[in-house]
Design a protein. Structure first.
Length: 290
């Protein structure tokens, strides 16, 4: 089956039976094949993946819809997802634009407004994905419990199974997990988080207005999200300044920032291997010592 036929099937699955006028593959798809598709009705952004994990695109659509319902920051409209002949897809609206001088501030304020949306507890009522890795969730009454049991420990287990936790690293991680309460707040409220916000997971739309993409949503401590934005960089100071105007960071944020970044370093350790081992160890040096 040709790719154009697959794209036509994806459009027909959302009720667009008009013929495809033009399509092309676009950059930016590390996990999925991604396409700009123009039908007789409108232009779409279609993600496709062969043998996608169970519920992969359903989780992404759910996350985008949850953020959209918050009315805090823009996300692309989702038209639907489906599967056929070992392929899965997600159909979204095509967003195109260029950054302006106001884009960074708009992104910071929009993210802060998103973080002001409170959930019933920490976690989520369904499972998601972080990259290609499954993320088990559930509801937790305490943030430290969720971060330890639903975030750090599963990544540790996965890393151990892959031979990525030598004895010293594993011992120090276990020591740290037993003492998380020393650094994590027990009085924060569960904010709606994008969950995977690096510089490649937002785009400028018309008039430079920012749109969030590729979420791995959860309700958690808002500083967890900000810590990840600082891990690999790409966000200007204007973004942080406008964010803090609405959602200030606590005085001890920098004391726990590496601890929040540890989750994403473990994710990258599991996705890309020992390349990220030294970064994990540097965080452990700070908290667990020798």
């Amino acid at each position: 089956m040709t790719k154009e036929i697959m794209l036509q099937m994806a459009l027909e699955s959302i009720g667009d039976h008009s013929p495809i006028r033009h399509w092309r593959r676009v950059s930016g798809g590390d996990i999925n094949d991604v396409y700009r598709v123009q039908s007789g009705k409108q232009t779409y952004f279609i993600k496709m993946q062969r043998f996608p994990p169970s519920g992969f695109f359903a989780a992404e659509q759910m996350g985008l819809e949850l953020i959209r319902q918050a009315r805090a920051i823009n996300v692309p409209h989702t038209f639907g997802f489906g599967e056929a002949d070992d392929w899965g897809w997600l159909v979204l609206e095509w967003i195109e634009g260029a950054e302006t001088e106001q884009t960074a501030e708009q992104l910071g304020r929009g993210l802060a407004r998103l973080h002001q949306c409170r959930g019933p507890a920490f976690g989520l009522d369904r499972d998601t994905y972080i990259g290609m890795l499954p993320q088990r969730n559930g509801w937790y009454g305490r943030w430290p419990d969720y971060y330890r049991d639903a975030r750090l420990r599963p990544q540790m287990t996965r890393a151990a199974a892959r031979g990525l936790l030598p004895a010293k690293r594993r011992k120090r991680l276990e020591w740290l997990l037993e003492r998380l309460d020393q650094w994590l707040p027990d009085d924060c409220f569960p904010s709606l988080l994008h969950g995977d916000l690096w510089s490649g997971n937002w785009i400028p739309g018309p008039d430079g207005v920012p749109y969030l993409t590729d979420p791995s949503v959860l309700y958690g401590h808002h500083e967890f999200e900000i810590a990840f934005t600082e891990l690999f960089g790409g966000f200007p100071s204007r973004f942080y300044d406008s964010y803090r105007e609405l959602m200030p960071l606590s005085a001890d944020y920098h004391d726990r920032k590496p601890l929040y970044q540890l989750f994403y370093l473990l994710v990258h350790l599991n996705l890309f291997g020992e390349t990220y081992g030294n970064a994990v160890d540097r965080v452990l040096d700070r908290y667990a010592g020798e």
